[in-house]
Design a protein around this ligand. Structure first.
Ligand code: ADP
Ligand code: MG
Length: 460
């Protein structure tokens, strides 16, 4: 059998071609080439990264591409496609191997993001109450503010604050039993547990927690069984004075899919919302993010203050968008600085980089053209590729994602989708729609990528 190292060499060549074609060799050189193949465990591929920033970036942005290319290679060899691409620091790999040897069966996702902590959470008028509540919970979990229901628009810091609580509590007590889980994953795990007759294990896992962090509850499935499971999990934890924290992009009363009895539980503790940040908060957040993003992207150019102010001037933008704008400015400057002439990033460079950025994200109407554009942009292919007839996976897969999103975000009919995508056959679209829906259930890292695409489009 071909070794993983040799196989990776082949795949790297493919990836090089892929990024070269898209004129993004910076991504290839800075991230993809830097990770090293470690080992395979089943169909999961483990890579080593020696740098936490690099690791985070690869995990966030490139595992999708890597998996696609590895899978193509696997199929060529007559093997099953890659399931998960896992990037770990050396110490994490060691820990994994030790646990694996001692009979630990599945790789445990590292649940809490260490970069979402209180130290880098900027407090302003828009999140003051939520932040104060979060600190109070850390001091006295499971008492006054239970459950803590945190709500607010997309990209405003709910997940960050939730992880900050989890990180702080772990720091205070490393043995504390915490689960952070998105509602989608909770649902999928539950369904899988039923299928595999593992209901008891599932119950034990969630009902024995000290702290339960459940993110994006607006995605709760209407299925009676899921709601019931969550209801009982909630009650068991609540009665044992264990802390429950829930986030949502809307007020509980506005989540139509939640049963009444669960709703009343959600509303029984503390409700806090996070709003849009004001100008000062936007400047403070960007200033603090700047250090982190520069490290992540190996950027050594100083950034002028007025660049930050320029970006922060945008009203009604969420923090994820602001951060995205800053990343674009840095990427743009790096790309155009191949000759090393640029000494600093100034407002002119920023304005140049952001010419299209905000206009696209501020027109709130989501239409088929926007979806097609953003999917193409995400997978670094062209709109013509999506509408065209090419059959290679690096194009046909994004095309299927596009079909799925046109249906799920715009409720378009199959014939209309066919029409927008250059006259594809209905059955192709139905097939794509089902396939992607299934993949979301089975593949959490793909589900995450899809969430990124949706937020690029500006939807939920
Ligand atoms: P939400 O869960 O509300 O959609 P996130 O928690 O994912 O939003 O936040 C989006 C991005 O904005 C993250 O990178 C997060 O670190 C950043 N962010 C949000 N609020 C703050 C804040 N108050 N200070 C620093 N960064 C923030
Ligand atoms: Mg979130």
């Amino acid at each position: 059998m071909i070794s993983f190292t040799l196989q990776w060499e082949n795949v790297l060549k493919e990836l090089y071609g892929f990024y070269k074609k898209r004129e993004n060799l910076v991504a290839y050189d800075t991230y993809i080439k830097q990770i090293e193949p470690a080992f395979k465990d089943g169909n999961n591929y483990f890579f080593k990264s020696n740098n936490i920033y690099q690791k985070e970036m690869v995990v966030e942005r490139f595992t999708g591409h890597i998996r696609e290319h590895l899978s193509t290679d696997q199929l060529k060899l007559g093997l099953e496609p890659a399931e998960d691409i896992i990037v770990m620091l050396p110490a994490e790999l060691d820990e994994y191997v030790t646990k694996r040897k001692s009979g630990f069966s599945r790789h445990k996702r590292i649940q809490l993001n260490p970069f979402y902590n209180f130290d880098n959470f900027v407090v302003g008028s828009s999140n003051k109450l939520a932040n104060a509540a979060a600190h109070a919970i850390v001091m006295n979990p499971g008492t006054a503010y239970n459950p803590f229901f945190l709500y607010g628009g997309v990209g405003l810091g709910k997940t960050h604050l939730m992880h900050a609580i989890g990180n702080k509590m772990t720091e205070q007590n490393p043995n504390i039993n915490i689960a952070y889980i998105t509602t989608e994953t909770f649902t999928n795990e539950f369904i899988e547990a039923i299928r595999g007759m593992k209901n008891k294990e599932f119950r034990e896992k969630y009902r024995s927690l000290d702290i339960f962090l459940i993110d994006d509850i607006q995605f709760i499935s209407r299925a009676k069984e899921t709601q019931e499971e969550l209801f009982h999990t909630f009650n068991t934890l609540y009665e044992a004075n264990k802390q429950i924290i829930i986030t949502s992009d809307k007020h509980p009363s506005d989540i139509s899919s939640v049963e009444e009895r669960l709703l009343s539980r959600f509303k029984s503790g503390l409700l806090a919302d996070i709003g849009l940040p004001d100008y000062e908060t936007r400047v403070a957040i960007l200033t603090s993010k700047q250090v982190y993003i520069k490290k992540q992207t190996n950027c050594s150019l100083p950034i002028d203050d007025d660049v930050i102010e320029y970006i922060a001037q945008r009203e009604n933008t969420n923090i994820r968008e602001l951060e995205g704008a800053l990343r674009s400015v840095i990427a743009h400057a790096q790309l155009y600085n191949f000759d090393g002439q640029l000494k600093r990033i100034d407002k002119v460079t920023a304005a140049d980089a952001l010419e299209d950025f905000f206009t696209a994200s501020q027109t709130k109407t989501i239409d088929s053209a926007l979806i097609i554009n953003k999917v193409a942009e995400y997978y670094e292919i062209t709109v013509d590729d999506i509408k065209g007839k090419k059959k290679n996976r690096s194009i046909s897969f994004p095309r299927q994602v596009c079909m799925y999103l046109l249906r799920s975000m715009l409720d378009m009919t199959y014939p209309d989708i066919a029409d927008k995508l250059g006259g594809k056959d209905h059955s192709t679209i139905i097939y794509a729609d089902n396939k992607i829906a299934e993949k979301i259930d089975k593949d959490p890292s793909f589900a995450n990528n899809l969430q990124d695409i949706k937020s690029m489009i500006g939807g939920k």
